[in-house]
Design a protein around this ligand. Sequence first.
Ligand code: IMP
Length: 214
Amino acid sequence: MLVDDEPPAVPHRRLQPGTLVIASHNEGKVREIRALLAPYGIEPVSAASLDIPEPVETGTTFFANAELKARFSADLAGIVALADDSGLCVDALGGDPGVYTADWAETPNGRDWTMAMEKVESALAAADPDAGRDAHFVSVLSLCWPDGHVESFEGRAEGHLVWPPRGTIGFGYDPMFMPNGYDQTFAELDPAEKNRISHRAAAFAKLVAACLAP
Ligand code: IMP
């Protein structure tokens, strides 16, 4: 008997070998995404190298902003674009800074990550002490083709926040984020290890399963 109230599952679109634009101006993200793509015969170029500017992130979710960024670069470059929208969600702060993680670093002279981490720490000090220091990173990776087709995947890394910040590798909030099961922050871990367990790696594993795996 036919059950007709459920739509048929739409197959994911496959990503073919070739050039792809990484729709980010964040050097840390570009470095990590390049390393993730390396085994798959895809030649990444950065948005900056194609003179593609950064769009204004008007979305209120990680999915909306990742798709907006991927669409913007795919339209301008005329090739497939891969964007990441990510952020730090702190339990005691009701999930803040979340989608606004980069905004917490904004100053008139650019982004200041030390100041951003201090803001998070001050907010935590003012929060309910029973709420603890658990936090997670979220990454949504969106692939957008020049015809507008989009595929998006979410990954998470669970952990807790340490103070003072520790380590000099990585970027953004890495020095205060200790992933579960480790006694080093993301900024102390070997980059290859971070790229194995990170939120971005978790999203990328879903992308591989859907769009790249044979
Ligand atoms: P957006 O995706 O451009 O909105 O920026 C997200 C911000 O979240 C980045 O600028 C970083 O500060 C932070 N973030 C995202 N992923 C990571 C990470 O892997 N390590 C440290 N900070 C991150």
